[in-house]
Write a protein that binds this ligand. Structure first.
Ligand code: FEO
Length: 373
């Protein structure tokens, strides 16, 4: 069994079960956030006892040829008798029309996903399944568990009781086009770091439904978690489950210090702000938005209790970099509960007042403001 990602060959992960997705190793952006280790879209092909196949999820349409080549390395695509769509976001569903040119499968999806498939691709004949449903295809039992809002309303995961594999779609995924696609063979630290980045930039607004899904999945015996992005979890399932439990919880202890500076004044005051933070926090991570990607800041905020923001005043407002940070805090809802501010007034001031108003409205508690002329 080969373990490396091949652009053309399927990776057998168990007897008759193949990873057939696609990789974009040089892709630097996904969903508007910066990625540094490439992107994968995992799909899985399962052989039934009748010689026919079931496909779980597809890939981004621009990678459809990779998917079809990897399927073809196992079987003629016309042998696909069923397609399970766990989630219709285009990174997993937009190659479906290409798949359907080669076969005429029964498509299984949640009610919400069936509706989206019809509106997105004109594929209006999906068979609707609901949480707890079990179906048998080619002698294999597939069990479905709805996981709404992890990451869209249409999400579900698919469980294979015979092999104890959870096809978890976005959950437990990472943007990590590792040369070895299994957790035991890849750089575990990198995989967990990318799982944190993925969670923070994609899943974080839905921490409550994710925790609920984690609790539901905990009742299943699981030997393999096969997500739709990144490496497959086997030996290190406890590591990724513990990470998600931590990220979904409210026991964050770190502080994230993030600033922008136009002429160096706010940057100079970052040290003063860090000294103040140091009175209460031992784990302080510092980011300069002129150098560090915003997605790295969001990953830090996923494990932070406190956000300390430094901004100059820019025509009466925070700088555009800081305004974007605030928009991301509002959209991605990190678990921070406290904030502090520092920066410069410039010739008129206004940034810290506007930041305080916004952060107060988001329910954060102000600890200090070192902004001055
Ligand atoms: Fe990987 Fe929500 O799509």
């Amino acid at each position: 069994m080969a373990n490396g990602i091949s652009q053309t060959k399927a990776l057998q992960i168990q007897d008759g079960i193949y990873a057939v997705g696609a990789a974009q190793k040089d892709r630097a952006e996904f969903h508007g956030y910066s990625v540094s280790r490439g992107v994968t879209y995992n799909a899985y092909l399962l052989r039934g006892n009748n010689g026919k196949y079931t496909l779980i999820d597809t890939v981004l349409n621009e990678c459809a040829s990779q998917l079809m080549e990897r399927i073809s390395s196992v079987t003629e695509p016309s042998n696909i008798e069923a397609v399970i769509i766990n989630h219709t976001e285009p990174d997993h569903s937009s190659a479906l029309p290409e798949v359907l040119k080669a076969c005429n499968p029964v498509i299984y999806a949640t009610a919400a996903a069936s509706k989206f498939l019809c509106s997105m691709y004109g594929v209006c004949n999906a068979q609707t399944v609901k949480s707890g449903d079990e179906i048998t295809i080619g002698g294999r039992i597939y069990k479905f568990l709805a996981t709404p809002m992890v990451h869209w309303p249409d999400n579900m995961v698919t469980y294979l009781p015979s092999e104890q594999i959870l096809f978890s779609n976005d959950a437990f995924g990472q943007h990590y086009a590792a040369s070895e696609a299994i957790d035991t063979l890849c750089d575990l630290k990198a995989a967990l770091e990318e799982a944190t980045h993925y969670f923070a930039n994609i899943v974080m607004p839905y921490r409550a439904p994710t925790l609920k899904a984690l609790q539901a999945a905990a009742s299943l015996p699981i030997k393999t978690i096969a997500p739709s992005h990144g490496v497959i979890w086997t030996k290190h399932i406890p590591d990724i489950i513990n990470l998600y439990t931590e990220l979904c919880g409210n026991a964050q202890t770190a502080a994230t210090l993030v600033f922008d500076s136009m002429w160096g004044g706010t940057a100079q005051r970052a040290k003063e702000a860090a000294d103040e933070l140091n009175k209460s926090y031992s784990d302080i991570r510092t980011f300069d938005l002129r150098k560090d990607p915003l997605s790295n800041v969001m990953a830090s905020l996923a494990t932070s209790k406190h956000v300390c923001i430094g901004s100059p005043t820019y025509n009466g407002f925070p700088t555009p970099h800081i305004s974007t940070l605030i928009a991301e805090i509002e959209a991605l809802k990190p678990p921070v509960i406290e904030y502090s501010l520092f920066g410069t007034f410039g010739w008129g001031g206004g940034a810290s007042k506007k930041l305080a108003e916004k952060l107060d409205s988001l329910g954060l508690k102000k600890v200090f403001d070192l902004t001055r002329a």
